[in-house]
Design a protein around this ligand. Structure first.
Ligand SMILES: [Zn+2]
Length: 323
């Protein structure tokens, strides 16, 4: 989930874990994520409102690949005679701005949309993109979650099924290779990591890979245990990403700094491993989740990674849940 970085909202205004924190502190207890999120009702609307006001920033990578930043998860676009191929749809309210940004990449029609996973900040724009001409491709779990009421426990939120046009029609289990615009577009399902629907999208010839929400570049990640995510899965996906890239690879992150490098992937992976170790050690000593949060096992990383939606306390709770 993401709040676009150039946002009109101050982080303090909606910080997921600080909402209701004063009341909980007065009662001598940390809020559970559930309580914190219950008090953060309207968060999804807030993210949508923020996207509605956010500019779309265009990063031209190489060959015919471009990144569009500012509407939920990072969107990538492959242009050419086969039409525009989008990786992720952003938030629906960004439609006018995304339409303008896409028009700026040439006159080719929109023909394909690939969803990297089911989360709304990557799929909320599915319906309008389908109406604009995109055939939607995804891993089969993405179709499943987008076709039913899907709860995310840590957001205390039930996401409704997408309208028929927004649901992916072409699904696969583990791998799919497309040949579009002179490029090999390789789709690969991760073992459960951020969710159990995550895929990577590799533009082979250009050596560019969109690793979606298995990589939050320079910020603590959300991990969705409600649909199969786990800290160990995130670490395994990071290892897979490192194995699949070189120093020359352009690595597109789902959130945080959109256009990244293998070195940044490594830094993210090392942070995950270090925090996991510390949290596991505290849990093994018998510390409760609140005591573990109070011990600040992320302290060494907070200055760099702790300045986004998932704050140190919330990230610690997510790790604690999985060790
Ligand atoms: Zn996500």
């Amino acid at each position: 989930m993401e709040i676009p970085r150039k946002k009109p909202l101050s982080r303090r205004g909606f910080c997921l874990c600080c909402v209701g924190g004063a009341a909980a502190a007065a009662a001598g207890a940390w809020p559970t994520p559930r309580q914190a999120f219950a008090e953060a009702r309207g968060l999804v609307s807030l993210i949508k409102d923020s996207a509605a006001a956010s500019p779309i920033v265009t990063h031209r990578l190489r060959d015919n690949i471009t990144v569009l930043e500012g509407s939920g998860g990072t969107v990538a676009v492959l242009t050419g005679p086969d039409g525009k191929v989008l990786v992720d749809a952003g938030i629906g309210v960004s439609r006018p701005r995304l339409t303008r940004a896409l028009a700026g990449l040439g006159a080719d029609p929109i023909t394909h949309l690939i969803n990297t996973h089911w989360h709304f900040d990557h799929t909320d724009g599915n319906a309008w993109l389908n109406a604009a001409g995109a055939k939607i491709v995804a891993q089969e779990n993405t179709r499943k979650y987008l076709s039913q009421v899907q709860r995310v426990e840590d957001w205390d939120y039930n996401f409704l099924p997408l309208s028929t046009g927004g649901v992916p029609t072409e699904v696969f289990a583990s791998e799919r290779s497309l040949r579009l615009n002179g490029s090999t577009v390789a789709l690969k399902h991760y073992a459960p990591a951020h969710t159990d629907s995550d895929i990577s999208v590799t533009f082979s010839e250009a050596n560019v890979v969109h690793v979606a929400d298995t990589f939050w570049n320079g910020v603590y990640p959300f991990i969705d245990y409600s649909t199969g995510g786990s800290i160990d899965g995130m670490i395994a996906a990071s290892d897979a990403n490192l194995a699949a890239t070189t120093d020359d690879t352009i690595v597109i992150a789902g959130h945080g700094k959109a256009v990244g490098t293998r070195a940044e992937l490594k830094e993210f992976r090392d942070m995950l491993v270090a925090v996991r170790e510390r949290v596991a050690a505290l849990k093994e000593q018998g510390r409760s989740r609140d005591e573990t949060v109070a011990a600040r096992p992320t302290a060494a990383f907070d200055a760099k990674f702790g300045n986004f939606v998932i704050d140190p306390g919330f990230f610690t709770r997510l790790v604690y849940q999985g060790v």
